[in-house]
Write a protein that binds this ligand. Structure first.
Ligand code: NAD
Length: 427
């Protein structure tokens, strides 16, 4: 058995490098051999395409599009499509790997993938976007498929783009194939519960974490960074369960109320205010605090649900919470992990905490294949069970290996994929 040295962290503030360093640590603890290490690390397939599009001014512009299938060992690959100016193959490769571990940790039968196009959706008309999505779909006809690779929305894409993708793919095969993509509008076979699914998973992880720490949710306090899709729904669902949300934040700033923020009203305010909390301090008499103050507040639970790299070593030293539940992807830099562990803070890692979204995407695919629609009650019950079971599995693994929940989550995921590969075998 040979052991792999951890890859040097090239850029300690890069969330993808942070992910790889944790992957390497879990691989070492599992005693995975060198052959298996490369099977798990190297993407199964990488596709790069040139996409010539006629722009509204009549000129043709060529975009570069990517799709990386990191792994299809557990089943068809699953992962979003990102439209952003700085999208590149390296980033897509790393994000595809991230999806492999996320699907494996919650035990859904998918491998990991990610796609993207280097473009600026803010500067493109609806017509240009539609031509780009349809051309990309055509170029990926042999990659995508309900049994091969199932895309979903990511940064810069949403239900509208998924509808075009589903339509273009269906046209090519001469029949409606809605299971080829998830995150579709409801009328096209989208799933109930998808919008709040990630926030709901964050809530389930928080409630389970509080239970393990023996903290009564009715006496618990919480701060939530980010008030978008994940943060607002997580805050709302926790508020409904008796957890007092002392602070929330978005790009406009952070807001504090000792008696607890009225989350329902804050959601209403943000919706009416162009998805911004700007001015909520004056409207409801809340205190405006700094972003750092929010992260380091004396609360039981901290939910970072905005962006990557917000908990660095400096912030970690000042943390006063007992439980962190990572709604965002990569909010904690790898160098902050030891500080968090030393302080005895329980940190539920992103690959577990925000997997509620991909879980309900999986339910969308299941419903499409069944040709049937589940009720919201059934979706919530089943996704809550998947999240709770995954939490318990990771928690038990952390006790067995005497490691943090983060490393335990990677151990659970890597072990599952490696074992499945061994059973399936190779040449
Ligand atoms: P979103 O765009 O809906 O919301 C992001 C929120 O964060 C906004 O309120 C924004 O104002 C705020 N924000 C941005 N920068 C900030 C800063 N510096 N300080 C404070 N607030 C800031 O995005 P989302 O879908 O809620 O995603 C949030 C995070 O969760 C991302 O890391 C995303 O990758 C991750 N995630 C999302 C999903 C999902 O289903 N939406 C699933 C898994 C992971």
């Amino acid at each position: 058995m040979s052991y792999i040295e951890p890859a040097p962290i090239v850029d300690k503030d890069n969330p993808l490098d942070s992910m790889m360093s944790r992957f390497d640590e879990a691989v070492r603890l599992l005693g995975i051999d060198e052959e298996m290490y490369y099977i798990l690390k190297v993407p199964a397939r990488q596709v790069v395409v040139g996409l010539p599009i006629t722009m509204d001014n009549g000129k043709i512009k060529v975009f570069e599009g990517y799709r990386v299938i990191h792994s299809n060992i557990l089943g068809p690959a699953k992962g979003g499509i990102r439209f952003a100016p700085d999208v590149n193959l390296d980033e897509i490769k790393a994000l595809a790997a991230w999806m492999t571990w996320k699907c494996a940790v919650v035990d859904i039968p998918y491998g990991g993938a990610k796609g993207g196009i280097a473009c600026n959706p803010r500067e493109m008309s609806a017509g240009e976007m539609e031509r780009l999505v349809r051309t990309y779909t055509n170029a990926m006809l042999s990659v995508f498929g309900p049994d091969r690779d199932i895309p979903a929305p990511d940064m810069g894409t949403g239900p509208r783009e998924m509808a075009w993708l589903m339509d273009e793919y269906s046209k090519a095969y001469g029949m409606t194939i809605n299971a080829v993509v998830t995150g579709k509008p409801l009328v096209l076979g989208g799933s109930l519960g998808r919008v709040e699914a990630t926030g709901r998973g964050v809530m389930v992880c928080t409630m389970t974490g509080l239970e393990k720490l023996r903290i009564n949710p009715y006496k618990a306090t919480c701060a939530v960074q980010g008030f978008g899709n994940v943060g607002s729904h997580a805050a709302n669902l926790l508020d409904e369960r008796g957890v007092k949300i002392l602070a929330i934040s978005d790009l406009s700033g952070a807001y504090y109320c000792q008696k607890g923020i009225d989350i329902a009203k804050a959601m209403e305010y943000s919706a009416k205010n162009n998805n911004s909390l700007e001015g909520i301090d004056k409207a409801f008499g809340y205190d405006k605090i700094s972003n750092e103050e929010l992260l380091t507040l004396q609360v039981d639970v901290l939910v970072p649900a905005a962006k990557e790299d917000v908990i660095d070593e400096e912030i970690a030293k000042k943390l006063q919470c007992r439980l962190i539940v990572e709604g965002a992807n990569g909010p904690t830099v790898a160098d902050a992990d030891p500080i968090i562990n030393e302080k005895g803070i329980m940190a539920v890692p992103d690959i577990l905490a925000n997997a509620g979204g991909v879980t309900v995407s999986y339910f969308e695919w299941v419903q499409n294949r069944l040709g049937y629609k589940w009720t919201l009650e059934r979706i919530n019950r089943r996704s809550d069970r998947i999240m709770k079971d995954a939490f318990d599995r990771v928690y038990q693994t952390s006790l067995d290996y005497k490691v943090s929940l983060r490393i335990a989550a990677y151990i659970v995921a890597i072990d599952k994929v490696a074992k499945t590969y061994k059973y399936r075998g190779g040449y």
